[in-house]
Design a protein around this ligand. Sequence first.
Ligand code: ADP
Ligand code: MG
Length: 470
Amino acid sequence: MVIDCQEIWTSCLENIKSKIGEQGYNTWFKPIKPIKIDGKVLTVQVPSQFFYEYLEEHYVHLLRSVLNEELGSDFKLEYSIVIDKGNEFNKPYIVNLPNNVKSYSNGNSNSMNYTNPFDLQVIDAKRQNPNLNRNYTFENFIEGDCNRLARSAGLAVAQRPGVTSFNPLMLYGGVGLGKTHLVQAIGNEIKKSHQKFVLYVSSEKFANQFFEAIKNNNIQEFSNFYLQVDVLILDDVQFFEGKEKTQEIFFHIFNHLHQNGKQIIMTSDRPPRDLIGLMERLVSRFKWGLTADLQQPDYETRIAIIKRKMQADGIDIPENVIEYLAYSIDTNVRDLEGVLISLIANASLIKREIDLELARETLKNIVHDIDSEVGIDYIQKTISEYFKISIEQLKDKTRKKEIVIARQIAMYFAKDYTNHSLKTIGDHFGGRDHSTVIHAVQAVSDFCDTDPAFKKTVEEIRKKLKLKAV
Ligand code: ADP
Ligand code: MG
């Protein structure tokens, strides 16, 4: 039988796509070309040595498990690396993908197969495989004001699971701020020094398993399985909103585990009190332990995160590029990482040094879901330089006229250039509320209509922002 390598690779790609984020997929897998299948070896072509090394370092488990699923565990993958622009390939690298990686989980994915989670063998296997991504550790979770409490509570729980008063530990915060990373780091840390049954599960997966259990009439076994866990990490509990039956069973499991001194760790995208439609008695349980939030990283933390990621990849980038990126991307860490990955890939693909120009180009072409090329911090910095006042003054309570005007202009541009909500903008200006922001935007556009000198000032600032951002 002739196996069509294009066809095989296409289904591998589909499989990969279902398991990782779109950006990672577009950057690292789309450019790969299948070359041939020879016996039990699939050869693919990658654009550069760096590309190959990056794949090996970051995606080896994913590739192995996809290959297992699509072709079987005895298949090997070989890479061919393109030299310069010609079509000659150098000798393919033979890559030893570990054979024991059965399934890939990026932490958020639902790819683990739970068809029969209740049979004893599976439970035993689960003890070995707590569904944790080993890359999520405390060592590579950068500490900053934005996450200090959550991180140190996490560390305390990791050292003495079930024993501290942080039980349950509830972490909340918006997307991409590190909730999954942190709770998995707790799990990994516990596994290092305790013989405990640690289990990470997304709330969605939990709900789906429960649904299956209802269908297959084995709810009892479903809950028995969870009752054996020593450390239960449940990610994104907001998913339980409005799902009363799921909440009910979780409530039962929660109480049992808690009474038996087992540790429960949960995350949510908002504070428990805002979890509409989550049973009150469940929410009240969250109060037994500690609730801590993760906030948007400040400028210094963003700098530290960029440096750490670059260091981990062994890449040097100039200080001004680091600062530019930290200023421009103030949404969340996931966005920041996305841009870094694209930047590295761009540099590798077109064989160019990473400099400010390349960083700007990359940022300009980046996925749309990043709020904007200009972040609030960047606007504040530009305005403070323009009016020669400090950023603190833009945020504090000063009512001096020049400062009020500068502040209003900054809010005006924050509304204009970013997709942040009025509330978030207000938060960035010393916790002012949304009506203050509306008022500022209105005032600036009114002044522009009536005062040509004022309008000129605003246009000058606009030019500066554009100049710097594009
Ligand atoms: P959330 O679960 O809150 O949506 P994640 O935990 O998935 O966010 O984090 C998104 C990405 O950002 C991950 O790759 C994570 O490793 C990284 N990240 C988040 N916070 C930090 C941090 N403080 N230091 C290093 N990396 C971080
Ligand atoms: Mg998450």
